[in-house]
Every structure is written in structure tokens, then in C-alpha cells.
Design a protein. Sequence first.
Lengths: 559, 375
Amino acid sequence: MKTGAFSLPRTSVVAITALVIFLPLGLIFWQSLLNAPFFNPAHRYGLSAYAFIFEDPDFWSAFGNSILIATGMVLIALPLGAALAFLLTRTDLPAQRWIEVMVLIPVFVSPMVLAFGYVVAMGPVGFYSVWARSLFEDVPWNIYSLPSIAVIAGLTHVPHVYLYSSAALKSLGSDVEEAARVAGANPIRVAIDVSLPMTMPALLYAAVLVFFLGFELFGLPLVLGDPEGHLVLSTYLFKLTNKLGTPSYHLMAAVAVCIVAVTFPLVLLQRWLMRTAGKYVSVKGKATRQKLLPLGGWKWVALGLVALWLIFTIVVPISGIALRAFVEQWGEGIKLSEVLTLDNFRGVFESSEQVRAIINTLLIGVVGGALAVACYMAIGLAGHRQRGGVARILDYIVLIPRAIPGLLAGLAFLWIFLFVPGLKELRNSIFSVWLAYTVVWLAYGMRLISSALLQIGPELEESARTVGASGARVLKDVTVPLIRFGLLASWLLVFMIFEREYSTGVYLLTQGTEVIGSMLVSLWGAGAIDQVAALSLINIALVAVGLAVALRFGVRLHE
Amino acid sequence: MLIANMKEGYTMRLLSLRFALLACAVFSFAVQAQVPSGYPADYAKIVEGAKKEGKVVVYSTTDAKLVQPLIKDFEAAFPGVKVEYADMNSTELYSRFTSENAANAASADAVWSSAMDLQIKLASDGLAAVYKSPESAALPEWARWKDMVYATTFEPIAIIYNKRLVPAEDVPKTHADFTKLLTTKADKYQKKVTTYDAEKSGVGFMLANQDAKLDPAFWDLVKAMGARGVNQQSSTATMIERVSSGENLIGYNILGSYALTRAKKDSGIGVVFTTDYNLVLSRLAFVSKNAKNPNAGRLWLDYLLSKRGQTITAEQAELFSVRTDITGKDSGVGFSKELGNAVKPIPVSADLLSGLNEAKRLDFLKQWQVALGRK
């Protein structure tokens, strides 16, 4: 192919991607080798930061906890997410449209808020706990224990796996499944022996990603791990901020480098597992039609299990937040009917920053989300059908940013906007937040797009080439139209992720760049928990409305 | 046509000249009126300079909503000077302010934070402007440092308890009472006590560090909390929320200003001050040395310290006034009437820097963990 690996647009996309990934990463790596902030003229080189954390027993216990939680999450989220995707795309499960929308809710609720919801609902004096005590004389759970954190994290990450595997399933013709049915296999057998192996690439991506997210988990362990002192790497990093009195960037950077050091080999492992990607090409230049698998009596069992999961991950925490948003106080010995109020919402709308935050959050989700998807698509196409080094490098590096905790990535971006000449003016615009979000969630958006790209048979593009279309023409008229539903779904996903992101924007928060997520962190710190609850509920409502509108106007999560 | 146009132009010019004169008169009148009484006459220059700058950028740890009345009143007192107020936690504030200064980028004109030690650190690192506020005579001796850093509030540290679940006889009056309560009623308070995590929270560290300096029996108290399986949190808000709900029953070293504000709306929260000694924290303010709007920064600092600003601080922002000539219930003077010599404001001094010395800090944290029985 003459388009080659080094055409100008492709090269510039790769160069820009590498730049926005490696600039913050390099800054963090450099900082980890110093003994003071890099902008402090008194800094010296050395490994003292690493020596400090390796000697700290807290680091090792946090490390162990992170592995435990991340493993638990994969074990819980992967089978459930895959099963859910199969049920919703391939079978005649009742109430699919409703379930499909509900499934996404845990993704777009900030984990910190979710955790707070669990405290209000299922904490030692939460309202379900008080209820349970009246039934069983005791609360049969403790949400502050390590296994509870892993279970909650696992169950709330089911949608991530669901999204990847359902995207793959949707573009998979059902002829192979029908063949299995004709040969006499029951639905479970078809799922395990046919559909599952066909979506293996997506599942492997999802598994690695969930493990990543497990390492990066911050909000949940921050709120739920504090009372019993369970640390994970990201909360350990957070703890280091203040341990020496002044923010210890070098220690934080060293922890971040350790996190990357653990997660990067995973990327290599995943690539190795994926080396035979061509095996899974399933959209071919022939007509396929999807046919739903009848579940028969299994229908109600499946529906019951899905409902149980929905109740635990959505109804319980969100009813907790909703309750908190409408009361002044809660807990043991309080009659809720006596403390109902709307003041918490009045407080939000009386504050111009919070109103601005709501508007900015919508903007960054809708417009910023579309721009981010455009960037992700450019990167995806740059690596598409390239067997050379460039594509492989791209595949590896896009996964890196997700390994850096959002809080620190945000700080790195603040430094970049401050110290790279010419960028200072952009810092006070919402652009700075958008860029940080886009880079931090790169791995996430890329997976959807590359899952879609992976399943387009090369013969479709090759036939266009044969009739004389240029490389650009093939992309424009064949590749992009074929992945358009993948793009729309990515937009929706990115929209939701941008709506709920909370840690990355914290350091970039100034007048004009307020977003709900960073506002929540700031309000939480200032003690305005009333407004945290009200604003969270508004956030959830906004996204739910956005999602409903998108679905109404034909943005389909599947074809 | 041409003549008509010229004439029109002439009239216009005449008019605008008149307007300009009028505007000048109004403006100079306004400037005269705005120099607060008792200030030196050349203060008009600062007011005028601030108006030219047009705004003041304030970085603060105080919730914007709480400060809204102060901002409105400041903008009414000095029309033409807008307040750009950014609230964040003390660590973010420190990170942003130092990074921006190192990059020589736009940053705060005035910095206002409850992390007293970090404020002194910033000033001693040369990031605060030397400025003797005309209001400084009205402040107590402990409340200013080197004509740079000024205390602006008077916030007693409190013990809070759940009113529904803690009987009146359990409520401690002194630190010794509290230790005794935790050792004698072990069952009731097991896992029901909360305080700051000194490792995670800078304020928590500072308070524990001051406690250790003032109270020889402090480590017994820490041991007693450790034995009860104390829940360590990183913010006052979380602790108040959990005491209010009954998940915890009693909270130690809580920012009294937040607790009192919450207690007004929340019948479950009881707030008590200790009569043996009671720490008082203060939000410290200084003008940035590299301020882009230096006059506006000075104006804001002076306003914060002025009688007018302090009255609003006390009455509407509920942060207690630090001035010696404000004596109501919500002032430092008023508070001291009740507790007398037991009131121990944390002095604004270089002593606070010793807590930031790496070796000393780690030693203290180790002692803290050992006393809690966590290591």
C-alpha cells in the first residue's frame, strides 16, 4: 500500500498522541527522580523518593490491597458483564430497553458519590442497615471491610465489561450461533462455546481495563476504606500529599511510576494474548442478520439475577444519595418525615459557581465528548490496517494514561499549562480540562473504536482500493461509515464519563473551568455535604436526561 | 451637510468633555469617600490603584457560599473592584500557588487559608509581600507575623457529640474528662470515636502537634482513642456527618466554626469547648509578592481585617472576629470571656514551621501511630 506508515496526517496524529501522553508522563517520571518540586531551584537528583516509599510498610499493605481489589473486580465484573452483554444482545430477555439504560448508570455516577450513597444506605447506621437490624437483630454486613470494597467495586464495574463485550457482540453476525442452535445446543451452551470465544478480544481488553481501573480506584476506597484504615495505592498516594506537611510531589510521582510499572506488563500480556486478532474478523462482505435466541423458561431466572444486580448497584446507593439530598440530617433515631427539605437544592441554584459548573459539565460532555471521539477516531484510523511499528506503538501507549491516577494526571497537566510556553493563556479556559479528560480517558474511548475497527473485514476496504479509491477515500467512504454506530455509542459513553469525572479537574479548577466533578470534591472538603448530595443528584439527572434524549433520537447502543 | 456634520461633531465633543469633567468630579469624590476613617491620607492611592486594576484574585480554603456576604459588601464598598474568588482545599491551594509563582503565571493577589503552617511557609519562602496593614493595631499580638501574615478569624476547636445518643453526663468538659470517658465507658464508645487522621490531614497534624505541646497528658488521650478503635478521617465535614448520623458518637478536634454552623440546622449535633485549655485556629491571609493586582490585594486584606469586614465575618460567615475591639458573642473577645485563660490561639509564628521539618514530622507521626496502637 502506497499510503504507507509515514503519510503526513498519520504521522502528525501519532506525534500529537505521543506528545500529549508522554509529556505529562515524562514530567511525572522526572519528578520522581528529584527530592523537591521540579520548579524549585533547590532540587537534587536521587532515588530518595523510591527509598522512602519502599521503606514505608503502608506502601506494601496498600500494594497488596490494590492487587486484591483489582483481582476481585476482574473476577466479579468479567463473568457478570459478559453474561449481561449476551443476555441483552442475543436473547429475548424481557424489558431489554429499560435494563440497557439502567446498566449504564454506575458508569456515570462518580465513585465518590456512589460510595457516599452506600454509607448512607448500608453503613453501620444507614437506613437499610437500621431496617436489617430490626429484622435480624444485627447488621449482617460491614461495608468498610476490604472484601466489601472489592465486591462493591466489582459490581459497579460490570457495565465497563458489558459495554466492550456488547459492542463486539452487536457487530457479530448471529449465523454462527444459529448454527449451534440448529445442531441442538441450549442457550447457555451457545453463550459459552460460541459467543464467548468470538468476543474474546473485547473481553481481554475489558479484563485488563478493569484491572487498570482497580489499580486506579480512588473514590470508593477513599470513602469506604478510611474508617478501618484500608489503603490502596491511590489513597496511599493521596495520603502522601500531606504526610510531610507540604505536598510531596516526588513521593506521589514515585508511587505513580510504581503503578505504571505494574500495569504496563499487563498491557504487554494483553497484546500477546491478542496476537491473533485476525481470527475474530466477523463483519464480512456478506449479508448477515441477527436473530434473537429464545430463552424459554430461563428468561425469568435471568431477569431475576439482573434485577438483583441492578438493585444492589443502582437502587441502593442512589436511593441513599437521593434521600440525603432531601433531608437535613439522617441516621439512628431520626424520623425522616420530620427532616425533609428542599433547601439543599436552593443552595445549589443560589450559587453562581455551581450553576456555571452545571453548564460547563454539560458543555464538556456534549461538545467536548464529540471532539474527544473525533480525536480517538483519528488515532484509531492512524493505526488501522498498519502492521508496522507505528500501529503497535500506538496500541501500547494509548493504555498508559489510564494507569496514572487522575488526581496526579490533573496536576501534571496544570504544570504543562503553566510551564510550556504559549499555553498559559489556555489554562483558564475549559480547554485545559477538556484536554486532561481526553488524555486520561484515552484508553477507554480507544477500546470502543478499535473493537469496532477490528471487526471490519479487510476485503471491504480492499475492494474499494481495487476500484481505484485513494487511502483517504477508503477511510471516508468505507471504514468510517461502517463504524458509525460504534462512534455514536462512543460519544455517549465518553459523554457519561466526562460528566462524572471528578479527580482530574481538581487542580485545573478556576473561575470559568468549574465542572460538577471537581466542584463536588471542593464542596466535600469544605463540608457542604448537603450540596454534595443535591449536586450529585442533579448530575445524575442531567446525564439520565442526556441519555434518554440520545436514545430517543436514534443513537442506538446497538444495531 | 458638511457643516451640519461638523457642528454635530463639535457638540458631541463638548458633551463628552462635560461628561468627562463630571465623571472626574464624581470619581474623585468617590475615592475621597472610600478611604476608611483612621487610615493614612495616602491610602487613596491604594484605592485608586485597585480601581485601575479592576479586580482582586483571592485563593481561599473558605467555602465560597460562606464568604458571599463579605464579597458583596467589599464590592459595594469599593465599586469597580471585582472579587474573583476561588475556593479549594489547602493542599491544592499550596500546589497551585507555588506552581503558578514558579512559572511566573497569573496567580492569586491575596491568599487566605486555614492551613496556618503552610501560610507561614509560603511567607518565609518569600512569596508574601511585606505590607503593614493600617488595621494591624486592632489585632492581638499573636495574630500577625512580620508585617506579612495576618490572622483574620478566631475559630475555637471543639468536641462534638450526638445529642440523641450521648447522655449529658457523658459530655466531657476537659481533656481529662474525655480520656476518662473513653476508658470507663469502653463498651459504649468502642468504634464510636472519630478524629482527624494526622497523616492525611495537615490541619489534623497541626492540632495534634499543638495538643502535644500544651497538654502533658495528651498522649494518654491518644492511647485511649486508639484503644477505642478511633475512626480517623481526613475532613471535618465527614466527621460531623458521621456523628450526626450516630455512626460515631463523639468527635475530637473538630473545627468549631463548621460544627456550630451545622448545629444550627441539625438538632443532632452538640458542640462543647474544653475548660482546661481550648485551641483556637485562625485563617491566615497575606498579599502575594508577585500579585498582578497588588493594590486590590492590599485593599482586600485591609477590608478582611477592618471592623466592617470583621463584623460580617462574625455575624454572617460565622467564623468569629479576631479584632480586640469587637466584643460580641461571636468574637474572640466574647469567647474568651467564657473560657478565660483556657483559650489558646495557635500563635502566628515561625514555630509552626517546625511541624514541616521532615524528620520531626515523621517522628511525631510515628509516636502518634504507636500511641494509637496501629504500629
